[in-house]
Write a protein that binds this ligand. Structure first.
Ligand SMILES: Cc1cc2nc3c(=O)[nH]c(=O)nc-3n(C[C@H](O)[C@H](O)[C@H](O)COP(=O)(O)OP(=O)(O)OC[C@H]3O[C@@H](n4cnc5c(N)ncnc54)[C@H](O)[C@@H]3O)c2cc1C
Length: 450
């Protein structure tokens, strides 16, 4: 078998984009997925997020293979967070500069576009092929198909089979494979705000809506059909408001009327949806090495993160971009070298974004409701406006740049320490506009030099 025949496990977002990159390199690509072809059957997504936020790293990776213009019509720009308080009041906090946005996109349609593009370029996608195991000595893989077990020997395997990766499970049986997983205390459930009777969006479509309530929150992202997909994040158990304590329509109404009353009035199907839709868990997975023989883990298979920075897919797309760069540098016959370089380069960055995603949960559900948080964001925005190179807010480094996540994390920690001191001033709410901004920059430069 030719070494330039690549087997990809998983036709999700990352597997299909990687297939497109590899086809553009002139390689033979076969993608296997355990699920049926969504174009032929209605597939239950099993409670996985219906829409998601696409940002700079994702766009850059799509642009590299000429897909940006095809994807843009599917995406709705969100220029900031619209924070809803408990009394129905709202405040808008920009994500970055005026024209900077993250984009809401439907997972299903996006995945379909990528799959069709991969096929158009000549990749073969075989659905209903569940990868079961691999012998790393001879690269023999086993699939379960409708016709029974299928064995194949393949030269190169890329495992893009998601957070519960079966290729990763096979690697775990090998010696010296490190693995850490953590389910957080919270889960999520998806709900809908439909269009109004006039067929319009019920809220501003160009914002990500958040109802932050300390230990829990609701968010909503717009869809092209004028609806919003809402995600309710609650602890599974143990607190006053948690999934365990919502057992009937009365409990549900109490929670929504008390904490999300403005949203409640926009959700006619709430009761039906809440009890029909699954409650899903949130997991963080870190592992290493990502390589065994000629097999590599990619995307969520190697670094599944909690969704609070909106980076899981964007990071996986960046994996494809970086892997492609290394293929271009080292050629099509140096998989050992390419895979080795890839895991060494990417691991510190993916560790950093996994950590940031955990930390951002507190910011989203709690800090954004604090008036001081808005002042803090205004100070950082002004610092960025006055000194665009010296001070880039952490959110912007992660979302609107392609700076390594690890570097963004390190700079973010220095900025956080300086901003904590600035915010300690008891008169900051009145004086924030009159601060000595150059002095803050000097402190940052000194901190960086240490
Ligand atoms: C609630 C929520 C919200 C999110 N929001 C965002 C967001 O706003 N922005 C963002 O960037 N990211 C977001 N993410 C993360 C994003 O969904 C993932 O990072 C992304 O889907 C990972 O893509 P993947 O292709 O690696 O894995 P997946 O999308 O999970 O795809 C894996 C594929 O592999 C297949 N497969 C699995 N096992 C096998 C097997 N044994 N054999 C064959 N095929 C198999 C599956 O059927 C699937 O098609 C969110 C995640 C969640 C849970």
């Amino acid at each position: 078998m030719e070494k330039n025949e690549i087997t990809i496990l998983g036709a999700g977002l990352i597997g299909t984009l990687m297939a497109i990159y590899l086809k553009k390199q002139g390689l033979g690509v076969t993608v296997y997925d355990k699920r049926p072809d969504k174009r032929k059957t209605l597939v239950d997504e099993g409670g996985r997020s219906i829409n998601m936020a696409l940002s700079h790293r994702g766009w850059k990776s799509l642009e590299q293979v000429g897909l940006k213009d095809k994807v843009l019509p599917l995406a709705i720009p969100m220029f900031g967070r619209k924070v809803h308080d408990e009394h129905g009041g709202t405040a808008f906090i920009s994500y970055g500069k005026e024209d900077q946005a993250i984009y809401s996109i439907s997972r299903g349609k996006f995945n379909q576009l990528l799959a069709e593009e991969a096929e158009r370029l000549g990749a073969e996608i075989r659905f209903e092929h569940k990868f079961l195991d691999v012998n790393f000595e001879n690269q023999e893989i086993i699939f379960e198909t409708k016709e029974g077990k299928l064995k194949q020997t393949v030269p190169v395997i890329i495992g893009a089979d998601g957070a519960y990766s079966a290729l990763r499970t096979a690697m775990q049986k090998q010696i010296r494979f490190n693995y850490r997983q953590e389910y957080i205390s919270h889960g999520y459930k998806e709900l809908t705000i439909p269009p109004t009777a006039e067929g319009e969006f019920a809220m501003d479509p160009n914002a990500l809506h958040i109802w932050p309530r300390g230990k829990f929150m609701l968010i909503a992202l717009p869809n092209p059909d004028q609806s919003f997909t809402c995600t309710l994040f609650l602890p599974f158990e143990g607190t006053k408001v948690c999934f365990e304590k919502i057992n009937d329509e009365f409990d549900l109404e109490q929670v929504f009327r008390s904490y999300f009353d403005d949203a409640y009035h926009l959700m006619p199907d709430l009761k039906k949806e809440y009890f029909k839709n699954p409650t899903s868990a949130l997991i963080n997975v870190e592992c290493y090495p990502w390589v065994k023989g000629h097999s590599l883990l990619l995307g969520d298979a190697s670094h599944a993160m909690v969704p609070f920075y909106g980076q899981g897919m964007n990071c996986g797309f960046e994996d494809c971009f970086v892997l492609n760069q290394l293929i271009e540098k080292y050629g099509l016959n140096s998989w050992d070298l390419v895979f080795e370089k890839f895991q060494k380069k990417r691991k510190p960055d993916t560790d950093a974004i996994c950590q940031l995603a955990m930390e951002n949960f507190i910011e989203m559900r709690d800090s954004v409701a604090d008036p001081k948080f808005i002042i803090r964001k205004k100070i950082e925005a002004k610092l960025h406006e006055l000194y665009p190179k010296e001070w880039i807010p952490l959110y912007s480094m992660v979302t609107f740049s392609d700076m390594g996540y690890a570097e963004a994390y390190a700079q973010g920690k220095l900025q956080e320490a300086i901003m904590d001191k600035v915010m300690a001033d008891p008169l900051i709410t009145e004086n924030w506009d009159k601060l000595d901004y150059l002095d803050i920059i000097d402190k940052m430069e000194t901190a960086k030099a240490v």
